[in-house]
Design a protein around this ligand. Structure first.
Ligand code: NA7
Length: 546
């Protein structure tokens, strides 16, 4: 700070462009936020680090990348014309289709003219006296607006583990979340993949089909179900679209924001073995992440969970021919569903191929990346290409990648050093007029992201309208309300098995990250009602200033 209270490095006032709102990110959250704010007559500037729209779906272009929510539900509901006219091809849309859809939305609603692409936001500073945010970018822009909305995504900061010798590798080093747009040719190559989360599980069968040899370096075996992806049939689509208003309404009130995954009512333990087996078999045949919501106690009761986990373990044993490989692929150290369950297309079958080798790096850890490949404690692997499917600094990574501070010296990084703290996942005390779309403490990644995005964007748009009508210039989460919300988020999580897994939901995949269960497990339907009530009571739990 300088003596006059201004932040050092702030350019002269005439270099600053003024807007009514700044939005960071042009994925599904940022695009819809821009559309809504514009319809309120606000002047908006959106910054996007990529060269195009789509966010997560812009960056994750690896072969096999596909959404695990059905395309007819993983799409915007805000425009009846859009949802009627857009034609999804497959039950689960592949990344190129989702990206096409994002581009279509951007063109259809003429969104691009307010988006600055190839521009990364470096800092956002709140002026406590003037009540506005000043945002600086890596291209030298300085813009100012009373409101700043972070639509930076939950899975947008790829994590490249700090393997010894990582930069010495002479071959091609790739991360699934930063995939080259021009694609990669694996034919005849010796390829290594590190990681068997959703990204690994999707990319491995695709690479195996092309590569000379594929080595999969697995630290933790994962639960996965066959996606049963297929081309959509026209009659089904016609019926679905005719029912869209009711289906969308059900999705808005469903726990996962998905109409096809309703709230379970039965308990697994209350059913006879044979009945349960039939239910699991039907779930396995259906191919849906709803598998872990077949019974209400699967994610709360270890014994109930075991019944579902054992079913999937037996399936793995029946698919993978080599018993030693099947054993190594069988997850045993977490409850099914407490790490994001995967949907695959031929994942376990891939290990029956002669050109695929599973390397268990829990017992035989990776020691170093070498110029020629990779070395575990006991073996050397020569590789032409090494794919890191090692995930993301999830939920908070992209937010904390921006230097967010106030003129009185508070920084978000310091405030969240022991884990994120928010009120409703929408705002964080001490940082007025800053909204986060699908932030920590909201249902976000445990739901259909587009349902959650629409709920947040609609809430924020209504809030800004209300504030304008009442002449309110400043809104801030009240600290006591935030404390109670954080406590509630933890309480709900602690009633489940989720916090016991070393997942990215608790930040366990990032060394040094505080272990806190970040998303809200209360269900999107309940959460939506809570947010609506808060607004109806005059923004209860927020401090408003005119
Ligand atoms: P995930 O689910 O975080 O998976 C990352 C994988 O990489 C996982 O198998 C990790 O093993 C493995 N990993 C990470 N670091 C290492 C090191 N240092 N050594 C060996 N193996 C490692 O990321 P994804 O991209 O697959 O999926 C993220 C989400 O995107 C997914 O849940 C969907 O919601 C969409 P670990 O389990 O930590 O032992």
């Amino acid at each position: 700070m300088t003596e006059n209270g201004k932040i050092a490095g702030t350019p002269p006032a005439d270099d600053v462009q003024d807007f009514d709102a700044i939005v960071v990110g042009a994925g599904f959250g940022g695009l819809y936020m821009l559309h809504r704010l514009r319809s309120l007559g606000l002047r908006v500037r959106v910054f996007e680090a990529g060269s195009g729209v789509g966010g997560t779906w812009y960056w994750n272009r690896y072969p096999g990348a596909r959404c695990d929510v059905e395309s007819l539900e993983y799409s915007y509901s805000f425009s009846e014309e859009l949802q009627q006219q857009w034609a999804w091809k497959e039950r689960y849309a592949a990344q190129p289709d989702i990206l096409r859809y994002a581009n279509h939305v951007a063109d259809r609603f003429d969104l691009r003219r307010d988006i600055a692409f190839d521009t990364r936001v470096r800092s956002a500073v709140f002026d406590e006296d003037a009540n506005h945010w000043t945002v600086h970018t890596d291209r030298g822009d300085t813009v100012r607006a009373p409101f700043c909305i972070m639509a930076v995504g939950c899975l947008s900061l790829p994590r490249l583990p700090d393997f010894k010798g990582r930069d010495s590798f002479r071959g091609q080093l790739l991360h699934t979340g930063l995939w080259p747009a021009e694609g990669v040719d694996f034919s005849g190559r010796r390829v290594g993949v590190i990681g068997t989360g959703s990204s690994g599980i999707q990319v491995i069968p695709e690479i195996a089909r092309q590569a000379g040899h594929l080595f999969v370096f697995q630290r933790t075996a994962n639960f996965s179900l066959p996606a049963r992806n297929r081309a959509l049939d026209e009659d089904h689509v016609g019926r679905f679209k005719a029912d869209y208003p009711q289906i969308r309404e059900r999705a808005r009130h469903a726990p996962a924001g998905i109409a096809g995954i309703p709230m379970p009512t039965e308990s697994a333990l209350s059913q006879a073995d044979a009945v349960r087996q039939r239910v699991y078999e039907a779930g396995w045949e259906r191919g849906s992440t709803g598998f872990t919501r077949l019974y209400k106690d699967l994610l709360t009761d270890p014994q109930a969970n075991d019944t579902a986990a054992d079913f999937v373990r037996a399936k793995i044993a029946s698919i993978v021919r080599d018993p030693a490989v099947a054993r190594a692929l069988t997850p045993r150290n977490h409850f099914i569903g407490t790490k994001r369950i995967c949907l695959d297309s031929g994942y376990f079958e891939t290990y029956n191929r002669d050109n695929v080798t599973l390397v268990d790096v829990r017992d035989d850890p990776i020691e170093a990346i070498t110029p020629a490949g990779l070395r575990t404690r006991s073996r050397e692997f020569e590789l032409d290409t090494l794919v890191l499917a090692t995930g993301f600094d999830a939920i908070t990574g992209a937010l904390l990648g921006i230097d967010i501070r106030t003129s009185s010296g508070a920084t978000l990084a310091a405030k969240w050093a022991d884990g994120p703290r928010t009120y409703l996942g929408l705002m964080t005390a001490g940082f007025p007029n800053l909204f986060v779309i699908t932030g920590p403490g909201s249902p976000s990644v445990l739901t259909n992201m587009i349902s959650s995005i629409e709920q947040h964007v609609d809430w924020i748009a209504t809030c800004l309208t209300d504030l304008r009508e009442r002449g309110v210039r400043r809104i801030e989460a009240d600290r006591a309300s935030e404390d109670r919300w954080v406590e509630h988020v933890n309480e709900v999580a602690d009633q489940t098995l989720f916090p016991r897994a070393d997942s990215w939901y608790v930040g366990a995949n990032v060394p040094g990250k505080a272990r806190v269960f970040m998303p809200y497990l209360g269900g999107l339907g309940n959460y939506r009602l809570r947010c609506a009530e808060v607004a109806a009571r005059g923004y209860e739990g927020f401090v408003l200033q005119t």
